[in-house]
Design a protein around this ligand. Structure first.
Ligand code: SF4
Length: 471
């Protein structure tokens, strides 16, 4: 299984591996030895799609040598391209959309027996997206007809079940997790926000929250398997529960915090418009809820925030940060930033730099805007030239790196609790772990084991990490 993209895709990949294990498949690193190859795709950037098309081409040779090999495409690009993928590369056996993990074993077993092509990208479930499901069923049927000459398409009954049936991925199923300490637990799928540069709402559909009992059950099962930390995942975790109304995100945090044996609870990602005072209070009052909030601002001027359809202003975001810091003075705040959005002026950019200086994030993921076809921003006028984007990115990173180094320098001499992860990549004598605020810490290894909680005195703070010794 090849997985591209975000943590949500990694989590989906673990669920697909768990489903496939129930019908006898095990993972291998040797692609030539595989009986089934699955690419779980991302389409957030065009370059990610180009990469997948390159892999699809490579696998054509393997399939020619081993015709019984089953080859499937899942994830966001599968959702977006559907039958066009098979029309372009007929050696693909099946294409499954983003809400189809529960269909995977059935489709694979069907192809084992009957061969032929299967395309299923209906997003809907009767409970949440009835209208959308109807529309997608129609699209699937239409694409199925395009494919009729090349192989089998889903029967009408199967399409009906896919579009209107109760089954979807919300209940959860078997999971073959990677890692040993930290488990990804999706709490919701989809997004309602339609930021103008982002394709996610089109390929993952509207927000659908899992039931709180299902989330708590999964967290408890992960703890029973030995995981000490969970990260609750969603495109916008702060709007959790708005669809079913049974618990909101703050309620869910409290429920997960109370799972016996859990040591740390993290979450991502937060849309600032939905982060409530109730969530802030839950983190403040929680025991295992980590004091790290990733709060993507994306830009620091109202003009560009409006063009991005982020639906908050700089002043509203500033007010939110003040409320977070008043309640959680020790919390780390990180963000995502995009430079070179269409219409960005030199004045916008100066406002962005000033905003960074004012907020002082612990760290930031910085991106150059790249047009994503199918999104409103791709067609906006005043696209920023590449050389200007690159210059601005460098300036932005220089400002942020200085701030990160200053914030870390203030930790010199402090004692931090870290959860030990294992040997560092570059030096086996040094082991690494993370603070509750998600900062990477290196220390000389003695007898610590992965998963231990240890106290480290910080001796050498750096921009990206902290070095220290055990106390
Ligand atoms: Fe995309 Fe905006 Fe939804 Fe995040 S909140 S997934 S950026 S549309």
């Amino acid at each position: 299984m090849l997985v591209y993209g975000c943590q949500m895709n990694v989590s989906d990949g673990e669920r697909m591996a768990g489903e496939l294990a129930t019908i006898g498949y095990r993972q291998t690193d040797d692609m030539a030895a595989a009986d089934l190859i699955l690419i779980n795709t991302c389409c957030v950037r065009e370059t990610a799609e180009d990469h997948v098309y390159g892999k699809i081409g490579e696998i054509k040779r393997l399939k020619a040598q081993k015709p019984e090999l089953i080859f499937g495409i899942t994830g966001c690009m599968a959702q977006k391209e559907a039958g066009r993928l098979i029309a372009r590369a007929p050696h693909i056996d099946f294409v499954l959309g983003t809400n189809k993990i529960h269909e995977l074993t059935r489709v694979v077993q069907d192809i084992e027996q009957h061969r032929g092509h299967v395309v299923d990208t209906a997003l809907g479930s009767a409970a949440h997206t009835y209208g959308e499901g109807r529309e997608n069923a129609a699209i699937t049927a239409e694409r199925g007809q395009v494919l009729t000459g090349q192989g089998r398409k889903l029967s009408e009954t199967e399409e009906f079940t896919a579009a209107y049936g109760q089954l979807d991925d919300l209940a959860g199923g078997p999971v073959a997790r990677g890692g040993q300490l930290s488990a990804w637990v999706p709490i919701m799928y989809g997004c309602n926000n339609f930021c103008s540069y982002c394709i996610v709402p089109y390929v993952r559909g509207r927000e659908r929250s899992r039931q709180p009992e299902d989330v708590v059950r999964e967290v408890a099962a992960a703890v029973a398997e030995g995981y000490k930390e969970v990260t609750l995942l969603g495109q916008n975790v702060n709007s959790y529960g708005k669809d079913h109304g049974r618990a909101d995100f703050a309620d869910l945090l409290k429920m997960v915090d109370a799972v016996p044996g859990i040591e740390r609870v993290r979450f991502m990602t937060s849309h600032p418009k939905d982060l409530s005072d109730k969530v802030i209070a839950a983190i403040r009052d929680g025991v295992h809820l980590c004091e790290h909030i990733h709060l993507p601002v994306q830009y620091g001027s109202d003009h560009i925030l409006k063009a991005m359809n982020r639906v908050y202003t700089v002043a509203q975001y500033r007010d939110l940060v003040q409320r977070i810091r008043a309640a959680l003075p020790q919390a780390a705040l990180t963000t995502d930033l995009i430079v070179g959005f269409p219409g960005e002026t030199a004045d916008d950019f100066q406002q962005m730099l000033a905003f960074l200086q004012e907020i002082r994030y612990d760290s930031a993921y910085t991106f150059i805007y790249s047009p994503r076809s199918g999104t409103p921003a791709a067609g906006m006028p005043d696209q920023v030239p590449d050389d200007v984007k690159h210059q601005r990115l460098e300036q932005l990173m220089a400002v942020q790196n200085k701030i990160s180094a200053e914030i870390n320098a203030a930790l010199q001499g402090t004692v931090q609790e870290i959860m030990v992860e294992g040997p560092s990549k570059n030096d086996a004598a040094m082991w690494s772990g993370r603070t509750r605020t998600n900062k990477l810490v290196l220390f000389p290894h003695a007898d610590e084991q992965a998963g231990d909680m240890v106290q480290i005195k910080i001796k050498q703070p750096q921009t990206w990490l902290l070095k220290g010794v055990r106390v």
